[in-house]
Design a protein around this ligand. Structure first.
Ligand code: 5GP
Length: 110
């Protein structure tokens, strides 16, 4: 079963897209927790980090490098930012299509 992120990838649901390539899509979080709050997702649906395997190694690396690139473009790289991936209920995961949260533009504690 697909998630809301599949509908964003297929443009059935609108999102404020900030980056796209063959493998990844990045868009603004609908409920931002920081002035810059992007979600970086693979177009391929992987439900949780637990479902990733060595075949996904390059894809996961690309997600991280894209986070750094978008942080730079958003002007938060020097000040700093947070990159986070939630896994399963205790990790706070709500959408079961892996995604990196890129959050910046304010200071985070702990
Ligand atoms: P999770 O808790 O699964 O790590 O984070 C899911 C994130 O997706 C949340 O921060 C939530 O605000 C965001 N989100 C959920 N539905 C939508 C949507 O339809 N559009 C956008 N842009 N973000 C969404």
């Amino acid at each position: 079963m697909g998630t809301i992120f599949d509908k964003i990838i297929s443009r059935e649901i609108a999102a404020d897209i900030v980056y796209e390539d063959d493998l990844l899509l990045a868009f603004k979080d609908i409920a931002p927790k920081a002035p810059v709050h992007y979600l970086i997702i693979p177009k391929q649906p992987i439900a949780t980090l637990n479902d990733a395997n060595p075949e996904h190694q390059a894809l996961l690396g690309q997600m991280m490098l894209t986070a750094a690139k978008l942080a730079k473009e958003a002007g938060v790289a020097e000040g700093g930012y947070r990159v986070q991936m939630n896994c399963n209920p205790d990790g706070g995961q709500v959408v079961y299509h892996i995604h990196l949260h890129l959050m910046g533009g304010r200071a985070f504690s702990a």
